[in-house]
Every structure is written in structure tokens, then in C-alpha cells.
Design a protein around this ligand. Structure first.
Ligand code: F6P
Length: 530
């Protein structure tokens, strides 16, 4: 294959050599779209690499796959579903019909319902059982029903209504519930219970505990539930069986995957925090990136470029992971959000036809905000034996202009990409007067690839563009690998086995155990010592 041959020639070439040889490289290998400046010049690629990657994308049918998603075809083959998170941010008045349903109109009906409710909570016209206004919204959910609103709430904190805070409970560990609700007044707390399926053990258990907590404070008066609980789900029956009035339920649809659901009613707690207008600005940002992805030529298409670069390292350099390093404290939760987005989407071992793949699929995604990570794990990226391509994300303007902080932050971000690309050689160390014996320890080889994603300012709109950029990057990689990026069967087995073990832990009498010897002994020991 042409790319393999090209890789063999290129793999020894360093970024230092590539920059030295070609003074127009930095200008050529940057793209700007929708206010996002994307610098990919510090990647181990040449014009030929990029041309070959574009050819690969065409050979893998990426343009047709993009079209199929936007047309609402059932591209989630293993679940026979359309994949239409892009419909969640279509402006009103556009049309998209799936299975006879006009989905854009349905989306806007729910957005209107959310906005009316959010306004009531924000203005104080929604009152709790005792007549008090809501001061804390607690989102209960896990995975896509938690990470999206949690990440975006943190990211857009500067835009949220003072005096109204949002907290998040996700873990089945009772500590999460206990610590998040510590100090809260049930009379001023509104729970938004989010579960697409309404079958998720963690969410239903936490929601039950929340109900007991509210009822304990209201003397067992069941009518309190309607004032302190709303639900977001596709499962109206489950919601109503739980005791939440379906008038207080915000629906969405099976064509929205959990990890793609931030823009659906799953974003309700975020909308309450930042208000419907800001939420719409975020949707507009998503939509602009959708349009960019749908209509731009592959060569100018930011998500396509990012996806192909990730494929290049994953499948040719055999890089096992990719770090996302936001230089903005507000984006502290972006890496864990992207972990679910990419790893649940592309951690697959069979192709679309169910055949085992003979190549590597999705990499491990990880990261922390800069500059914190610099004092922790960057050492391995600079001098370790593993290749870790990194995304550096920063903003030219800060939302908190405090003295020199922002310049110092950004200086560090630029310095890191420079150091990773060009390193520090023996000659440079010698010239700096470093003792000869110490030089080997201090050499930084450089040649570590990075993308720099620079935006003007963190706003709801720019956050929307950024998240959609990663969504479509994930899609691009899935299309190249020919996998279903929209199912997640791998998480089922653990759930199934936990369901079997739960009664074994809870039974009063010693249960008959029929697991492997290790698991049997762990269960016995736990029962003895708990
Ligand atoms: O266990 C995986 C998963 O299904 C995710 O894909 C999903 O985001 C999460 O669980 C929560 O699911 P639900 O919203 O149905 O509770």
C-alpha cells in the first residue's frame, strides 16, 4: 500500500529537518475555519502524507458515510438505528424526515419545553414543595447522561446564573450521593434524572436514594416528588413507574447516542444554568461545525484532518494513545468527556460486517488541563519511549483577566509544543555548558507530534464548535476503520455479571458460588469482611 511505503521513507525524518527544509511549512499546514485556528505543522507529515491520507479517506468512502449520516440512514448497523445528533442542532424550519417523523420539528418542540422549564427555575417561578425557589440543581446520570452536561457546565461556568448551582451525581458508590448532597436543603434542590434507557443501575439507584432523601425531609409526602424531580429519557413508562409525572419528562430519541446527547434534553441542567439563549448559541456552534464537516472539501475539513492524523499515528506509528491537553481550567473535564466519546465509539474489534479487524482501531484518550499536567506526566511525553501525539487547546482571550496569568499560561502552551517538536540536542546542551556526563539524561529528542487548536475566546458557541469537531473527528476515524462507531456492546457483559453477583452479595445465607476460583474467593472474602 502506498501509505506503508511512504511511512517507511518518512519515519526517520524529524520535525526539525522538515521545518528547516521548508520555510513555508507552518503557513501551509494550518487551517482556519469558524474561528478555529488549527496548526498541524508540528506533525510528522509531508504534503505527500496528507495527499495519501486523503486518498485513503476517499477509498474508505468517507464522503458517502458523511452523507449517509446527514440523511438519517441507519449507519448504526448493529442496532439498526439512524445516527442523528446532528439533527439536535438544526435550526428551526429545516426538514429531516426519518421513519416518517419530521425530526427537526420534534427537536424544537422539546427545546421549547426545556426553555420554558429552565426559565421557570431561573426566575424562581418554579417552586419546591414548601414554596422555596430552587438554589441547586442535581443532575443524576452516568456516561453520556452525565459527562456531557458536567463538562459543558464546568466549561461555561462563567455564563451561569449566580445563586443557582448545578451538581452531578453519577457513581453507584454511595459516597458520591452523600458528598454531593451534603449541606444541601432538600426544599431548594431539584433533581434532573437523566437516563436514555431508564435501565441504568447507577442512575436508578441514585434516583431512588434521592427520592428517599426528599421524602424524608417532606415527612413522606409523595406530592413532593413532582416538585423536586424531573426526568430526561426515551422511556416514558420507566419514568412514570418511578413516580415522576410524565408532564415533567423531557423526551429524546433512540437516534441520539448517549455520548452524543449533550444537545438533547440531556443538556437540561446546563440550560437551567446558562439559560436558553446561551444554550442556543452553543447549538449554533455545533451546527456550524456540522455544516463545515458536511460541505468542506476533505483537504480543508478540520474534523477530517484531525481524524486522518489520528489514523496516521494509530496505524502507522503504532501510537497507543492520544493526549488532549486543554490550556483552560474551564475545560478540565473535556478529556474525560472525549474519553467516552472516542473510546466508546471506536473501541471496536469487528468491522461493519461483523468480521474481526486485522488492524488497530481506536486509541486510548487521556489528558489533563495545562499547566497541571506539565508537572506530572509530561516527562513521559518528552523523554519516554512511547509516542503520544497531543492536542493542545487554548484561547487567545481569558474570561478571567488576572494580572499576568493568561500570558504565562499561553507561554507554557506554546513552549510545550515547541519543546516536543524540536527538543534539545547534545550540541545545544554542550553549548549551554551542561556537564558532559549529564547530557544523555537531559537530551530531549523532540519529534513528538502535536496539534494546536487556538480559538479566540471560550463562549457557548466556541464550545459547541470544539465538541462537534471532536465528534466528527471520531466519525472520520470510524469510517476509515470501517467500524460501527455508534454501538457499545462491550459494556453489556460487565453489567450482566454484576446483576448475577448482586444477589450473591446481598443474600443473608452463604450463596452457592459458580464463578471462577478467583471471583468466588473475592466474593467470599468481601462477605466475611464487609
Ligand atoms: O454503559 C454504557 C452506557 O450505555 C453509555 O453508552 C451511556 O451513555 C450510559 O451507559 C448511560 O446510559 P443511560 O442514559 O441509558 O442511563
Amino acid at each position: 500500500m502506498a501509505l506503508e511505503q511512504h511511512f517507511d521513507q518518512l519515519k526517520e525524518l524529524t520535525l526539525g529537518e522538515m521545518f528547516a527544509k521548508d520555510r513555508s511549512r507552518a503557513g501551509r499546514l494550518t487551517k482556519e475555519a469558524l474561528g478555529i485556528y488549527f496548526d498541524y505543522s508540528k506533525h510528522r507529515v509531508t504534503d505527500e502524507t496528507l495527499a495519501l491520507l486523503m486518498r485513503l479517506a476517499r477509498e474508505c468512502g468517507l464522503p458517502a458515510r458523511i452523507q449517509a449520516m446527514f440523511e438519517g440512514r441507519r449507519i448504526n448497523v448493529s442496532e439498526q438505528r439512524a445516527v442523528l445528533h446532528i439533527a439536535l442542532r438544526e435550526p428551526p424550519g429545516t426538514s429531516l424526515v426519518v421513519d416518517g417523523q419530521e425530526v427537526v420539528a420534534a427537536v424544537h418542540a422539546v427545546l421549547d419545553q426545556m426553555a420554558a422549564f429552565a426559565d421557570r427555575v431561573r426566575s424562581g417561578s418554579w417552586r419546591g414543595h414548601t414554596g422555596k425557589r430552587v438554589s441547586t440543581v442535581v443532575n443524576i446520570g452516568i456516561g453520556g447522561s452525565d459527562l456531557g452536561p458536567r463538562m459543558a457546565y464546568e466549561a461555561l461556568r462563567a455564563y451561569s446564573q449566580p445563586g443557582l448551582s448545578v451538581r452531578f451525581i453519577s457513581n453507584i458508590d454511595g459516597t458520591d450521593f452523600a458528598e454531593v448532597t451534603r449541606g444541601l436543603d432538600p426544599a431548594e434542590t431539584l433533581f434532573v434524572v437523566c437516563s436514555k434507557s431508564w435501565h441504568t443501575l447507577e442512575t436508578l439507584t441514585n434516583a431512588e436514594t434521592a427520592k428517599e432523601w426528599v421524602l424524608a425531609a417532606s415527612g413522606g409526602d409523595e406530592s413532593a416528588v413532582a416538585r423536586h424531580f424531573v426526568a430526561v429519557s426515551t422511556n416514558a413508562k420507566g419514568v412514570s413507574d418511578f413516580g415522576i409525572d410524565t408532564a415533567n419528562m423531557f423526551p429524546f430519541w433512540d437516534w441520539v447516542g448517549g455520548r452524543y446527547s449533550l444537545d438533547s434534553a440531556i443538556g437540561l441542567s446546563l440550560m437551567i444554568a446558562i439559560g436558553p439563549e446561551r444554550f442556543s448559541e452553543m447549538l449554533q456552534g455545533f451546527h456550524e461545525m456540522d455544516e463545515h464537516f458536511r460541505t468542506s472539501p476533505l483537504e480543508d475539513n478540520l474534523p477530517v484532518l484531525m481524524g486522518l492524523l489520528a489514523v496516521w499515528y494509530n496505524n502507522f506509528f503504532e501510537a497507543e494513545s492520544l493526549a488532549v491537553l486543554p490550556y483552560d481550567q474551564y475545560l478540565a473535564r473535556l478529556p474525560s468527556y472525549l474519553q467516552q466519546l472516542e473510546m466508546e465509539s471506536n473501541g471496536k474489534h469487528v468491522d461493519l460486517k461483523g468480521q474481526t479487524v486485522s488492524y488497530q482501531t481506536g486509541p486510548i484518550i487521556w489528558g489533563q488541563p495545562g499547566t497541571n499536567g506539565q508537572h506530572a506526566f509530561y516527562q513521559l511525553i518528552h523523554q519516554g519511549t512511547k509516542l503520544v501525539p497531543c492536542d493542545f487547546i487554548g484561547f487567545c482571550q481569558t474570561l478571567n483577566p488576572l494580572g499576568r496569568h493568561h500570558d504565562l499560561l499561553m507561554a507554557n502552551m506554546f513552549a510545550q509544543t515547541e519543546a516536543l517538536a524540536f527538543g534539545r540536542s547534545t550540541a545545544e546542551l554542550r553549548q549551554a555548558g551542561v556537564a558532559e556526563w549529564q547530557i544523555p539524561y537531559r537530551v530531549c529528542e523532540g519529534n513528538r507530534p502535536t496539534s494546536t487548536i487556538l480559538l479566540d475566546r471560550l463562549t457557548p458557541g466556541s464550545l459547541g464548535k470544539l465538541v462537534a469537531l471532536y465528534e466528527h473527528k471520531t466519525f472520520t476515524q470510524g469510517a476509515i476503520w470501517g467500524i460501527d462507531s455508534f454501538d457499545q456492546w462491550g459494556v453489556e457483559l460487565g453489567k450482566l455479571l454484576a446483576d448475577r453477583i448482586i444477589p450473591e452479595l446481598e443474600s443473608a445465607a452463604d450463596p452457592e458460588l459458580d464463578h471462577d476460583d478467583s471471583t468466588n474467593e473475592l466474593i467470599r472474602r468481601y462477605r466475611r469482611l464487609r
